[in-house]
Ligand binder design. Sequence first.
Ligand code: FAD
Ligand code: DHB
Length: 390
Amino acid sequence: MRTQVGIIGAGPAGLLLSHVLHLRGISSVVLERRSRDHVERRVRAGVLEQGTVDTLIEAGVGDRMLREGLPHHGIELRYGGAGHRIAFDELVPGRSITVYGQQEVVKDLIEARLAAGGDIRFDVENVALHSLESQPYVTFGDGERLDCDVIAGCDGFHGVSRPSVPEGVLRTFEREYPFAWLGVLAEVTPSAEELIYARNERGFALHSMRSPTVSRFYLQVPPDVDADDWPDERIWDELRARLETVPGFTLATGPIIEKGVTPMRSFVVEPMQYGRLYLAGDAAHIVPPTGAKGLNLAVADVRVLTEALDAYFRDGSTALLDGYSAACLRRVWRAQHFSWWMTTLLHTFDEDDDYGRRLQLSHLDYVTSSEAAATTLAENYVGLPFDLTG
Ligand code: FAD
Ligand code: DHB
């Protein structure tokens, strides 16, 4: 079997890439380890930057997002017994975020791809990458082979693409955090209209949502916890303790329909390419979810890769492909910094002494009282324009 671009992984990066390449007349085959049902049910991100929303609309896959997604024009930072609104509509006029589940984006992309006759193989085992320096090919299943001009490694942090690069080529930058997030989906009307990022002595909590009847929550927990150690009542007690800290706020509760633990990590490899392999999304970089940047960065990488592949297949020009990593990394590092910053601003760290806690509160006070500092948060949160960061 032969195609122009072999894509490993049917997450947001791989699916979007396959779709936009198709719009430019470039063929691809997507190889995904899990089932279609699994990838469509995997509950993860929820916040789409303005640029991600625009990209999905331009690509013709934004109709359901526009109907069902929830546009938000601000978030609340809650700490010290009060809530403070970061007003995107005032600080970065015309730019906002849309709350729309990652698995809904994935469903929309799979549907569009299959409707256009796209080739997505689910449940594919034993994917291996070969001959990355010259004529790349992928083997999978029981000895099947996919020959391609280039390979896009869109298989996430635990995928096979990044480890296929020979030892010593990639440089890794990494930071682990001494906590994880317990994520919870509940059938209950959100208790607030906007997202609440709560800093609390008991640990961080986030109140988000998916629809007018479904809420999404995250709790800072120790890194090694098992979701089964958190029965529903314990989750609600802890969410109440961390969120019911301002006068008049009561948390509505309901049946919990999904829960899972996410480790918190910052990670980047440089360069994001080797030979004819190009890494995109979580395969190349991970951020802690506090800044809601991971999915959005994956989309930004795909934009850069699409232009580079288009130039290559149109007139054989390799300039943009050669510069792919450098073009992506500027935005990647901005998001790395923002995600680290939001994480340290809002979580409790065991090693923090009273001095550290006072610094954190002072920083929060500055962010919520200075227009300059609030604008820094707002413009990073809604996403910097693509031309400013790669
Ligand atoms: P993935 O979604 O990981 O997709 C990779 C795909 O490759 C998967 O389908 C996997 O099954 C497949 N694969 C792996 N190995 C192989 C193999 N060997 N062979 C074939 N296929 C393989 N980001 C945001 O922007 N906003 C948020 O609000 C946000 N919140 C988050 C909350 C949580 C709880 C979590 C866990 C993440 C969050 N993120 C958020 C991050 C976001 O979900 C990821 O950055 C995003 O999924 C990256 O997309 P991707 O396509 O690069 O990788
Ligand atoms: C959601 C996830 C995030 O990481 C975040 O910062 C905000 C919202 C969510 O899943 O809704």
